[in-house]
Design a binder for this molecule. Sequence first.
Ligand code: FAD
Length: 418
Amino acid sequence: MSKPQKVVVVGAGPVGSLAALYSAQRGYEVHIYELRSDLRDPSTVPLNFTKSINLALSERGINAMRHSGSSKLLDHVFSTTLPMEGRMIHTKGSKGELEEEPQSYDIHGRTVFAVDRADLNGRMLDILEEAPNVTFHFNHKLLTADFKKCVAYFENRGPDQTDPGSTVNVDFDFMMGADGAHSAARNQLMRFVRMDYQQQYIDTLWCEFQIQAKEVKPDNSMGRFRISPNHLHIWPGGKFMFIAIPCSDGSFTCTLFLPAAEFALLELNPTGLPGFFDQNFPGVTELIPPDKLMDSFDTNPHLPLITIKCTPYHYSSSVVLLGDAAHAMVPFYGQGMNAGLEDVRMLFSIIDKYAEKDFENTDHDSVAHQRASALEEYSELRTPDAHAINDLALQNYEEMRAGVLSPTYRFRKWLEES
Ligand code: FAD
């Protein structure tokens, strides 16, 4: 029997972790290299320096997990996530009263799920840790790679991340670059292929807030939620918006999306923040006390949003880009992670197809040849879909911050203003 293929996964985010699970299931020798320390360690600084982003997980992502070969993963997902049957639009009525309008996502009652990214990611790492053919290399930063010689250079930064670090040379048969929007794997790939590349920072920053759970008796778990736990809540502001996604502990992770100039004005006058919320996001200051609102605005970072398109995603049989590394998108369609997880499912379905076609040839060169054909097909198939979802995500910002308002509301507003 020939030696197992050595697969290097760069990035242990949700997409890299799922890619590692699929690889482990196929018997590859899997090595995961991750810039940060283990996210399950409470001292690890979370991605984006916030507590954790709460995400909408949809069938696209769930289906990719379903095919991972680990029933434990889906069992965990369904036991810890909250179904969101639609969005809840928060506005003010003509007499200044608070109004809520539920809008279902699906006429058949299908839902998306609110998931804690760090929790999902941590569970994937737990499952990977049980696999005998998976090795983690935390605190390793991809620096450069030669995709002709199949060797990569990582900086071993040490657990405190301040070490200047030693360089480690790593050889591989196949690298999967899942190292996020600012991907080093993508930068290296550009040296080997004529990559078309496009990036745009949109004129919106985001900042995270929290609606705390209510204190109730332990047996009253649903009573902990201050607003509906089964909706994605939107306060549309026309040119900006505020949203809230439920967490299983009764709290909500909220995000303010606002143009950079508006952020700058509020930074100059942070005490004006509660008034700004009262004017634009009715009812929020009843859910988040003004001092907490100002504290989160002051403490949590104001982060940019980038959208990236590139193609192709691969070189020969040696490397492929997945997830945000291939197609970072703005979060307004709730599909960034979902599409990244789908990348993994699609990639492996194509790799499996080529392996099955040529099942008699399992020597190293034949496997590399099959993979080169599979990666070619993957780039070709995936590019138009990834570009389309990037565009849809951009368009959906307009929908969420303004389009969700019902015609009656818009007509009333128009009457008031004319
Ligand atoms: P990442 O999560 O970015 O992980 C990349 C990993 O690579 C990180 O662990 C990083 O430390 C590591 N890394 C980076 N550089 C290197 C290097 N040089 N060497 C080694 N390792 C490296 N998506 C949804 O599907 N639904 C949503 O509702 C949703 N909401 C969002 C809300 C906001 C505010 C934002 C910002 C994003 C949202 N997204 C959502 C998008 C989602 O967060 C991303 O698409 C997803 O995290 C991408 O996963 P990934 O594994 O490809 O990359």
